[in-house]
Design a protein around this ligand. Sequence first.
Ligand code: SF4
Ligand code: SF4
Length: 135
Amino acid sequence: MVSKRIVLTFPHKLVDQPIVYKLVKDFDLVFNILQAKITPQEEGIMVLELKGKKENYAEGIKYLTSAGVKIQPLNQDVSRDENKCTHCGACVTICPTGALYTDKKTMKVIFDADKCIACELCVKACPPRAMIVKL
Ligand code: SF4
Ligand code: SF4
């Protein structure tokens, strides 16, 4: 089983095509859209978590490439220095994926790395610089 987070860039001619649907139907892959930005007449960018059997994953990627979709791995990782975080909450409303959220019981800010798409918005917003980009 393979599970990877990738960035897909669609040229404008493919923006309204059921490309991602075909990954499920023809290649038995499971996807989770982490972020999507589609501009009609221009291009679309989608951050996906894609899972499936190794051979199906490879075939799915081959299909995307042959269809004209540019694929880049999401290889930047963002982590949090727990010693620096003051749980001020400044990052919570900025995070587009809900990877940073406030636990209602403890009122502490939780970082869920699995939901992070490494957009780095929190890095600049964090007063004590607790959010770190690992290259
Ligand atoms: S902005 Fe920084 S210090 Fe404040 S809760 Fe978020 S990670 Fe913690
Ligand atoms: S980099 Fe920060 S703001 Fe962006 S998704 Fe990850 S935790 Fe949220």
